[in-house]
Ligand binder design. Structure first.
Ligand SMILES: [Mn+2]
Length: 320
């Protein structure tokens, strides 16, 4: 994989470019580098094939490979529309493969993932992490909080995941626990696309529910996000079930009337200028997908995020 020349340069694909990827696809065919310290990349992509904390339909352990495979549809476009530069002109990305742990022993995943993300951050890179179910965000946030302290959180989801009951390994309780553990600065955090019940009174996050997003559109959402997160280091946690099942049916706990993929992409694209320090994209369960539309939505959202990082880096370089 690493022997392959970068495929993202130039504005159009070369005739000899493998349009639909190769065997053992990495995300966007970025070089596979397992040794984090040896990598010179700005961003490390990782998969966490874990779904033991799922309350509904399992299967998100197959998410990372589905997202990587779907990204094969995106590599031919040298500069992704509507951006006017090639991603690797400004940002270097590697894929470190999947985090390894013992199936049936959730704590081994927690320990391995936390150590992995810690090593990414210690080498001055940031992480783009593919779940797996949403529980994987908790070890990631723990490692992030060691470096950044309590972070601003932008959380896209149909569910708040702030439930206080639940089991030790539970994809519905992570933000309750993250708040409890002091990983998140709730005053600067916002949840978007929510359309299921939660404890409304005393809820620590600002919520833009799916109906509000539908009524007001991405511009208004971005205004609210900017007001809320300000210039704090900001982590983006994206549950694919925040998107309407029409655009993302391949997930464990789908909820009707979500946000459209168009709106979601405009929101991610509009995060330019916010101090983004990491992203996870979780709950893609390919067994319930149709025509790979969920995996394609996830791959596209992740790529859009990388373009935002590239634009931010460019802007920073221009200032200094
Ligand atoms: Mn959810």
């Amino acid at each position: 994989m690493s022997a392959t020349a970068p495929l993202h340069t130039g504005s159009v694909a070369n005739a000899d470019l493998p349009l639909y990827g190769e065997l053992g696809m990495t995300f966007m065919q970025f070089p596979l580098v397992r040794d984090i310290q040896a990598s010179l990349a700005d961003v490390v992509v990782s998969g966490v094939p874990f779904d033991l904390a799922t309350s509904g339909r399992p299967g998100s352990r197959m998410g990372p490979q589905a997202i990587r495979q779907a990204s094969a549809n995106l590599i031919w476009e040298g500069a992704r529309w509507p951006w006017t530069f090639a991603l690797d002109d400004h940002l270097s990305v590697t894929d470190s493969g999947n985090v390894r742990f013992k199936h049936g022993e959730p704590q081994t995943m927690v320990d391995a993932l936390e150590a992995h993300i810690r090593s990414v951050l210690q080498s001055d890179k940031t992480a783009l992490t593919f779940g797996g179910d949403h529980f994987i965000s908790l070890p990631v946030l723990r490692a992030y909080a060691e470096k950044y302290g309590p972070m601003a959180l932008i959380h896209v989801d149909a569910h708040t995941d702030t439930y206080s009951g639940g089991s030790e390994y539970d994809h519905g309780t992570i933000f309750h626990r993250a708040v409890e553990e002091g990983l998140i600065d709730t005053e600067h955090s916002i949840q978007i696309g929510i359309r299921t019940a939660y404890t409304y009174e005393g809820h620590p996050f600002e919520v833009l529910d799916a109906a509000w997003v539908g009524d007001h559109g991405p511009g208004a959402v971005l205004e609210k996000i900017r007001q809320r997160v300000g210039d704090k280091p900001t982590y983006l946690s994206f549950d694919i079930d925040g998107i309407d099942p029409a655009f993302a049916p391949g997930t464990g706990t789908p909820v009707a009337a979500g946000i459209s993929i168009d709106c979601a992409l405009k929101i991610v694209r509009g995060l330019q200028g916010i101090d983004l320090i990491g992203m996870d994209l979780v709950e893609v369960a390919p067994a319930y997908d149709h025509a790979e539309i969920t995996a394609l939505a996830a791959a596209t959202l992740a790529l859009e995020y990388l373009y935002v990082l590239a634009a931010n880096k460019q802007q920073k370089a221009a200032k200094s």
